[in-house]
Ligand binder design. Structure first.
Ligand code: SF4
Length: 188
């Protein structure tokens, strides 16, 4: 029998999956999808028995709230934001490497990093861009996820990236959960 259990696997999740309070809030309007945290997704992760690591919220960490909803292009022009994201990504990389390096019997594996589709910072397949003075959802990663992925790849770590999508949340939760379940079954 394997000495591994699901508890030896960690999933790193975007900050707002566990804490919607950091999502943008502007003139009484909120970017939150739900109250508190994304409970449906966390229920699925709970069934898998994996541990969670909460990524930092890059936007709240620099601007706090209230902050207006902005695109990736707006954040690229915001003084200090890219450097702020790079520092956060380096800190995350250090933590994720420590799970592996400081665990021996059994080893801890980081299964995946879960971002937020459409986010200028945390998008995985989709971010937001400003095209012809209009904010649009566009193919591409958010600034923080892109920097984090670059560091993960340069370290030779094999960690999958998935994006939770507020447009079609139920389907997105199912798809990511199935992928994670397959990874856990393959690794145990
Ligand atoms: S998507 Fe990223 S930047 Fe936006 S609120 Fe969530 S954690 Fe913060």
């Amino acid at each position: 029998m394997s000495k591994y259990t699901n508890s030896n696997y960690v999933v790193a999740v975007a900050h707002c999956i566990l804490n919607q309070a950091t999502r943008w809030f502007w003139e009484g309007d909120s970017g939150a999808w739900t109250e508190g945290f994304v409970s449906d997704f966390l229920e699925r992760l709970k069934l898998m028995g994996v541990g969670l690591y909460q990524l930092p919220c890059p936007e709240f960490g620099l601007l706090g709230n209230p902050r207006r909803p902005m695109t990736r292009d707006d954040y690229e022009l915001l003084p200090g934001f890219i450097e702020h994201c790079r520092t956060l990504a380096e800190n995350v990389l250090r933590d994720l490497k420590a799970f592996k390096e400081l665990s021996t019997e059994p080893k801890i594996e980081v299964l995946a990093i879960i971002g937020i589709e459409g986010s200028p910072s945390c998008g995985v397949e989709f971010t937001s861009r400003r095209i012809a003075e209009t904010n649009v959802r566009a193919v591409g990663m958010g600034i923080f996820m892109e920097l984090l992925e670059g560091l993960i790849v340069s370290e030779g770590l094999n960690i999958a990236f998935y994006g939770l999508d507020g447009r079609g949340l139920t389907e997105s939760i199912l798809n990511i959960s199935h992928s994670l379940e397959k990874s856990v079954k393959r690794l145990i």
